[in-house]
Design a protein around this ligand. Structure first.
Ligand SMILES: NC(=O)c1ccc[n+]([C@@H]2O[C@H](COP(=O)([O-])OP(=O)(O)OC[C@H]3O[C@@H](n4cnc5c(N)ncnc54)[C@H](O)[C@@H]3O)[C@@H](O)[C@H]2O)c1
Ligand SMILES: [Zn+2]
Ligand SMILES: [Zn+2]
Length: 374
């Protein structure tokens, strides 16, 4: 198959740095789209591929929170056309599987097998230029490459007047965080909401809770910079730890616990989940967005779940239907209902990608955004 040249950041082995490499990229198949990637958010999920918390086939091109321009399309593509601005979807939205058909595209059946990063037909589109080895792109995307090929069901057309470095955030962090509050926790006017972890996803959970009408949005994050910035997005109270937040939670809820809590820490474990769950009140819900390992270390009292009619719910992609929700979120941005500009703390060139992740780990960024050179 005819190939073209690309350049992207590859992870070769667990714990290693990202390596910027020359790549060869196959032409799009009949249902595929060649995207000139303009910008990609540095989402913490990409780091889970590096730590091994999310096991994927290595080596692999990173990046899933992308936006770009359609360069070419396969003969059977109907969703987008050359020149369209698009967001990349880290879960496909096929529209016809059991889940898409009932409005749950965030768990589309075509998400199966994405840990290999290969195209839907099981073959690679990326090849390392030096060895010729075929490799996958994270979630069948690979937005840390300046060009990628993906299935048309992993694209949503974007309005053309929104800068790529803002639009890319909506393809993961904004949809995930906003949706965790609005669709997952179903925050109601007057609610007391606890949000644990105020990064690229958590700040959007704060925005979602505010937009849904919560009166009190308590943010917990150990990093001072995140606590300083959280009120811009709607936080009413900020604390460095759950322990420090306790007396405020008690005073706002008469000791009952919050209406809902949303976990958006960088890496979750059973202990954090248990500690947050314990601060949720009767009939309240604890939403888990964060990723951790596959261990089974949940520390939650079964009695509390039953006796107090509490829930724990995992939320993928903010329980969103991206074909509907991505344009809707961008319209909310245009209307001033949610903010995107202050989410971008710093932009990076491809060569600076390891600095971008170092800044994520040190807590320097709400979101770092990789801007590709073209
Ligand atoms: N479910 C999904 O669909 C989905 C989508 C995107 C991201 N994620 C996951 O969501 C999580 C957050 O991603 P992100 O990109 O916002 O990460 P991030 O690194 O930008 O933000 C994480 C924040 O958590 C804070 N934090 C760390 N430990 C904490 C603790 N013990 N208590 C309170 N705060 C703590 C950090 O200071 C940071 O501000 C990651 O695990 C990511 O993989 C899930
Ligand atoms: Zn993400
Ligand atoms: Zn589907």
């Amino acid at each position: 198959m005819k190939t073209m040249k690309a350049k992207g950041a590859v992870i070769h082995a667990i714990g290693e740095d990202w390596k910027v490499e020359d790549l060869e990229l196959d032409e799009p198949g009949e249902n595929e789209v060649l995207i000139k990637v303009m910008a990609s958010g540095l989402c913490h999920s990409d780091d889970h591929f590096v730590t091994g918390d999310i096991p994927v086939t290595l080596p692999m091109i990173g990046g899933h929170e992308g936006a770009g321009i359609v360069e070419r399309v396969g003969s059977k593509v109907t969703r987008v056309k050359p020149g369209d601005h698009v967001a990349t979807l880290f879960i496909p939205s096929c529209g016809t599987c059991r889940y898409c058909a009932r409005g749950q595209s965030y768990i589309c059946n075509n998400g199966a097998g994405m840990e290999h990063g290969l195209a839907m037909d099981g073959t690679p589109r990326f090849h390392l230029a030096d060895s010729g080895a075929g490799i996958g792109g994270v979630t069948r995307l690979g937005t840390f490459s300046n060009y990628l090929v993906c299935h048309e069901t992993q694209t949503v057309k974007l309005p053309e007047d929104i800068p790529f470095e803002l639009a890319c955030l909506v393809s993961c962090g904004v949809a995930t965080g906003y949706g965790a509050a609005v669709n997952g926790a179903k925050v109601r006017p007057g609610d007391v909401v606890l949000i644990v972890g105020a990064g690229g996803v958590g700040m959007n959970a704060v925005q979602g809770a505010r937009h849904a009408g919560a009166d009190h949005i308590i943010v917990v994050d150990p990093v001072q910079y995140k606590r300083d910035r959280a009120p811009e997005f709607g936080a009413t109270d900020t604390f460095a730890s759950l322990e420090e937040a306790q007396s405020r939670i008690d005073s706002l809820t008469n000791g009952q616990g919050v209406d809902s809590a949303i976990i958006t820490v960088g890496r979750v474990d059973g202990e954090i989940l248990g500690a947050v769950f314990d601060r949720v009140g009767k009939a309240g819900i604890c939403i888990l967005v964060s990723v951790g390992s596959y261990d089974r270390s949940l520390s939650v009292s079964p009695q509390d779940l039953t006796n107090f009619a509490k829930s724990i719910k995992g939320v993928m992609y903010g329980d969103c239907n991206p074909s509907v929700d991505i344009p809707r979120l961008l319209q909310m941005y245009v209307d001033g209902s949610i903010k995107l500009d202050p989410l971008v703390t710093r932009t990076y060139s491809l060569d600076e990608i390891n600095q971008g992740f170092a800044d994520m780990h040190s807590g320097a960024n709400i979101r770092g955004v990789l801007v590709h050179d073209h």
